[in-house]
Ligand binder design. Sequence first.
Ligand SMILES: Cc1cc2nc3c(=O)[nH]c(=O)nc-3n(C[C@H](O)[C@H](O)[C@H](O)COP(=O)(O)O)c2cc1C
Length: 312
Amino acid sequence: MQRLRVHALGMDFASPLVAAAGTCGYLDELSDALDLRCLGAVTTKSITRESRDGNKPWRIIGAKGGMLNAVGLANVGVEAFVREKWGHASRVPCRIIGSIAGHSTEDYAAVVRAFDGLAEMAAIEINASCPNTATGLQFSDSPELLRGLTSTLRALTSKPLIVKLTPNTGDIVGLARGAIEGGADALTLINTVQAMAIDPETRRTRLSRGKGGLSGPAIHPIAVRMVHDVYTQVARDAGKPIIGLGGVMDWRDAAELVLAGATLVGMGTSLFVDPSGPATVARDLDAWVQRQGASTIADLVGAVDMSAPELS
Ligand SMILES: Cc1cc2nc3c(=O)[nH]c(=O)nc-3n(C[C@H](O)[C@H](O)[C@H](O)COP(=O)(O)O)c2cc1C
């Protein structure tokens, strides 16, 4: 689908759709249910320096309008990832974005160095939503911390560096600016929204960790607003593409994020509902681009009309 081809980060993506970190396994596990050629990229689950078991169950539960998770970054660690999971990367028929999480700059740096050597990895995404052991703050709570982390990591790799922002902030534009000043080539937003659920009979929290992150349709309007703010106030002028995500279930949700300013669109929670969904979203998005009279979806990025809607 020519209309859906996207040029960003110095490369072509066959489609604007990206499978989101932590929702599609290590690499191409989705290919059991989906022809990955309808995606521009898959994102690996966030890989850490050491292996992690993650949190005890329950760590994923349903919620109205989406789901709550506190998986706790369960993964095999970077060494085993490269040794055991990366082997057939060259056969994955779309781009691969490697996601990294950590609790210190050195944690991130160790994984960036390892990822830098993986030829088939198209770009690196920094999941900056973990608490920094040195300050107790999340890297993504503070534009200064995020700028520092980004600039250190930027110097360690020649691959495009994407910084993923948390919505759990009063200053999403400041965070975006910090990441861009640190040298980010692109921004991904949003991660999950901090949330909590309680069983009224037992009076216990429903997630073992107490609190977790809300994803899915309930957070979609928040994502649209944040992508729009970041696009109009910092990313557009800086020439930095946005991977917009949060509750994309169908083409309308994806189109909204494009109109708000996203060049690429992530899908996460919807993959748990229907892992084959992106094929339909791609087909319907293509039809939307054609109906809009655009020759390519890139022409519609940030093209929202902010005048008041007419009453019908
Ligand atoms: C079960 C689950 C695990 C996730 N794990 C990660 C992760 O490892 N790294 C990360 O950056 N984001 C992770 N996320 C966040 C998603 O990538 C995405 O930013 C968020 O869920 C919003 O998109 P969605 O509403 O389409 O799911 C996870 C989300 C879910 C639901």
